[in-house]
Design a protein around this ligand. Structure first.
Ligand code: NAD
Length: 308
């Protein structure tokens, strides 16, 4: 009897560990800043990130200004090249080629989405893989798949870093990734299955055509939810002690916030957190790690540390 009360008591005290992406990202920014200060004092060239932004999409503008701000914070140089929606594919490809050949720029990102008349894949493939700090170029994706040094796209790289810094055990665990996008679900599933730490998981990928999703997810030791459906994962779908990484960001109207909207993850935090051992919040979990991973990739590009 006493034992039962003891465990219930402990469960409510210990509960879960909140994976604080905001604090982790701030710590990594400080580490990068220190390296950049050292580079500056040693009269080395500091990392330089260039971003191409086409059009005036609100979300894209926000992302690019967030990346600019992050660059300033760590002492990087940053250049934003803006174009109107009317730019032709040829003009854009010419600019990418010019940046590829510009030795003063270490990393280049082209903010997506691009206008319909521009072939996104063609633009991605025109970026020099050694400057592809978003890790979207097929060369980097391919290198990552076969375990060669590669620029790993920012969100999966950020998730790996959270797992590493929170010393979450992954070997032999069953990881269920919900979502199979090229930028999150697919790379995440490959990275967690690789022979490394974090990795060595048995990975199941679920997507919109998966049958019995609930039964599969209930067997997971680690869940990466990246489907973009607010509060999709609920407490009844997970087992006790699960590690939950919530990638989703859905913006919904709210009368409780000044801005009139609120961000929701793919996880119903209230019902899932009490059953979890580790869980990321939204906001403040995976999101802040994404930009910091881009900075880290840019630093690696400047040092030619991934490949020459
Ligand atoms: P996407 O929209 O390209 O793809 C969604 C995936 O979810 C698809 O593979 C689809 O098959 C799967 N899916 C959809 N409905 C499903 C269902 N009912 N059951 C199972 N699978 C289902 O995804 P994305 O670009 O990877 O983005 C996913 C979410 O992550 C979005 O909310 C996005 O905003 C967010 N995101 C966040 C960050 C960050 O930094 N935190 C970065 C990238 C994406």
């Amino acid at each position: 009897m006493f034992e039962k009360f003891f465990y219930v008591f402990i469960k409510y005290i210990v509960m879960y560990t909140l994976i604080d992406g905001k604090a982790t990202a701030a710590a990594i920014r400080r580490e990068i800043r220190e390296e950049v200060d050292y580079m500056r004092h040693s009269h080395e060239k500091v990392p330089h990130l260039a971003a191409i932004l086409v059009g005036h999409d609100g979300a894209s503008e926000t992302y690019v200004s967030g990346k600019e701000k992050a660059c300033r914070e760590v002492g990087f140089e940053s250049t934003v090249i803006r174009y109107e929606n009317t730019i032709t594919e040829e003009e854009l490809l010419e600019k990418v080629d010019q940046i590829n050949r510009d030795a003063s720029i270490d990393g280049l990102i082209v903010q997506l989405p691009l206008p319909e008349h521009i072939d996104e894949q063609k633009v991605i493939e025109s970026i020099d893989p050694k400057k592809d700090v978003d890790g979207f170029h097929p060369v980097n994706v391919g290198r990552m798949v076969i375990g060669l040094p590669a620029y790993i796209s920012a969100t999966p790289a950020g998730i790996l870093e959270l797992i590493r810094r929170y010393q979450i055990k992954t070997e032999g665990k069953h990881c269920v990734v919900i979502g199979r996008s090229n930028i999150v679900g697919k790379p995440m599933s490959i990275l967690l299955a690789r022979k490394d730490y974090p990795g060595n998981c048995t990975v199941t990928v679920c997507h919109s055509r998966t049958r019995n999703l609930k039964e599969i997810v209930r067997q997971a030791d680690i869940i990466v939810a990246a489907l973009g459906k607010a509060k999709f994962l609920t407490g009844d779908m997970v087992q006790e002690g699960v590690v939950v990484i919530d990638v989703g960001i859905t913006r919904l109207p709210s009368d409780k916030t000044k801005s009139g909207w609120k961000l929701w993850g793919d996880v119903d935090f209230e019902t899932v957190a009490p059953k979890s051992s580790f869980i990321t919040p939204v906001p403040g979990g995976v999101g802040p790690m994404t930009i910091v991973s881009l900075l880290r990739n840019t630093l690696l590009a400047a040092k030619q540390a991934i490949y020459k």
